[in-house]
Design a binder for this molecule. Structure first.
Ligand code: PLP
Length: 458
């Protein structure tokens, strides 16, 4: 090693190169015979210097990332077409059936707060009390900084609502899917997912390294065929579906999916982000809606950001699954525990949901009314079942942005969905319904939508 030290002075002093040289040294030590001496180190450093010289400027600057180039092109197009950007608008106050944007009170059809519990006095109070008692953060993972009763109470309530043994709360709904799928499954496994699966499901599958197999939207027969083809050549199989699809407002045939997964000895995971609080007479989700025993589903997943008026996510299922995730899911084990005010808000929202099932009934009847009125006016609502999400399919992205802006001018906010979030030609305006809307608000929104739609098609 003294020889290597001596030769070290001939090698580059640049810190980055030095670090890489050390790494190469370590690697070469593992792979090359010790009799080789240190000439190979200098050769490796020469190769490295040549390689660095050949690195393109495009690969060293954020403004050369293709995604940034696409964003710039889109912004230019919006400017050229004199379109106002309908995204990232700033809201003031607590949004309910109305929201204040740019100082104007607008009808609000752009919130996932389907049960109108964000800002509910009891939910606010619970969050305040949790801050007073525990502070705003638990500052570290639950293994390190310990647990808080409110986190455990939330998990027990979620497990009881889902009719399973246990639940585990995470700090984000997106992270819940990524870490659960990503850390439970492995490259020898196969994961089947609905073609309209949320990005967090796809990111989780990518992290797992498992073979990813999409199947056509809600098509359990196609899934059955794909499982028959591929199940045998993989170790474990997972099927991931959602309780209610937020792009289209439709729902899967849960009993059929349960039957398929059972026949092929696969796990079934259901993401209830948009169906808890929305489906079933008590809002207990798609199992209640479909009359399926919740234990037939292996992994229940949900977010706390929608009907639970907080932020975070959870997994509910058999005790073994939850014990496994407590140590296996990096997004739980290496991430901070859910913040007390968020856990308390979600817990209280679940209590209100159970104490006031009329909220769920009102949401469902508002959704039905929106859908019926839209259909009467000849609006293309696709496959929506009208529970909490009703899309108006427009087609072109530019038309969709123009419509969103025109409706905003009239005083209603909703969510435009344009390319690349959907294929070009499939752009739409999405209306999220709330139990807080009254009949007149629903009628006004549909009337304005129909009027603006006929204006852009004229
Ligand atoms: C189906 C689905 N799963 C997961 C998530 C992620 O949840 P969160 O936004 O709470 O992180 C979303 C978000 O909208 C979703 O729609």
């Amino acid at each position: 090693m003294s020889d290597a030290k001596g030769r070290g002075s001939e090698l580059p002093v640049n810190v980055k190169e030095l670090l890489i040289r050390k790494a190469l040294e370590r690697r070469n030590k593992k792979t090359e015979p010790s009799t080789q001496g240190t000439g190979h180190l200098n050769a490796a450093a020469d190769r490295l210097r040549r390689a660095i010289g050949g690195i393109s400027e495009n690969d060293c600057r954020f403004d050369r990332f293709p995604a940034y180039q696409r964003l710039k092109a889109q912004m230019l197009a919006v400017e050229k077409l004199r379109l106002t950007n309908p995204f990232f608008r700033v809201h003031d106050g607590t949004p309910g059936s109305r929201t204040v944007v740019d100082g104007r009170s607008c009808l609000n059809f752009a919130s996932y707060d389907y049960l109108g519990l964000n800002g509910h006095p009891a939910v606010r109070k619970a969050a305040h009390e949790a801050i007073d008692r525990y502070g705003t953060s638990v500052s570290a993972s639950r293994q390190v900084s310990g647990e808080r009763p409110v986190q455990r109470d939330l998990e027990q309530t979620l497990a009881a609502i889902h009719g399973v043994d246990a639940a585990l709360a995470f700090v984000s709904g997106h992270a819940t899917n990524v870490t659960t799928i990503g850390n439970l499954f492995e490259p020898q496994d196969v994961v089947f997912h609905d073609a309209l699966a949320h990005n967090s499901i796809l990111d989780g599958i990518r992290l797992s390294g498992a073979h990813r197999v999409p199947f056509p939207h809600n098509d359990w027969e196609a899934l059955d065929r794909k499982l028959a083809q591929l199940r045998g050549s993989h170790k474990r199989a997972l099927v991931v579906i959602e309780g209610l699809y937020s792009m289209d407002g439709d729902i899967p045939d849960l009993p059929a999916f349960v039957d398929v997964k059972r026949r092929h000895r696969a796990f079934l995971m259901v993401d209830e982000a948009h169906s808890l609080g929305v489906l079933g007479s008590r809002g207990f989700g798609i199992a209640e809606h479909a009359g399926v025993d919740p234990k037939e589903v292996d992994i229940w997943m949900g977010t706390l950001s929608k009907t639970q008026a907080a932020s975070g996510g959870y997994i509910a299922g058999e005790r073994v699954l939850i014990d496994l995730l407590r140590v296996q899911a990096s997004g739980f084990f290496y991430s901070v525990g859910i913040a007390p005010p968020m856990a308390a808000a979600a817990l209280e929202a679940l209590r209100v949901m159970q104490a006031e099932p009329e909220r769920v009934a009102r949401l469902q009847s508002n959704g039905r009314l929106f859908l019926d009125l839209a259909r009467e006016r000849g609006i293309n609502t696709g496959k929506s079942r009208g529970y909490s999400v009703v899309p108006a399919l427009v087609g072109s992205s530019i038309k969709t942005v123009r419509l969103a802006n025109a409706l905003f001018e009239r005083g209603v906010v909703m969510q435009p969905v344009v390319h690349p979030a959907v294929e070009e030609g499939m752009a739409r305006l999405r209306f999220f319904i709330s139990s807080l809307h009254d009949e007149q608000q629903v009628r006004t929104a549909v009337t304005w939508l129909a009027e603006e739609l006929s204006r852009v098609s004229a």
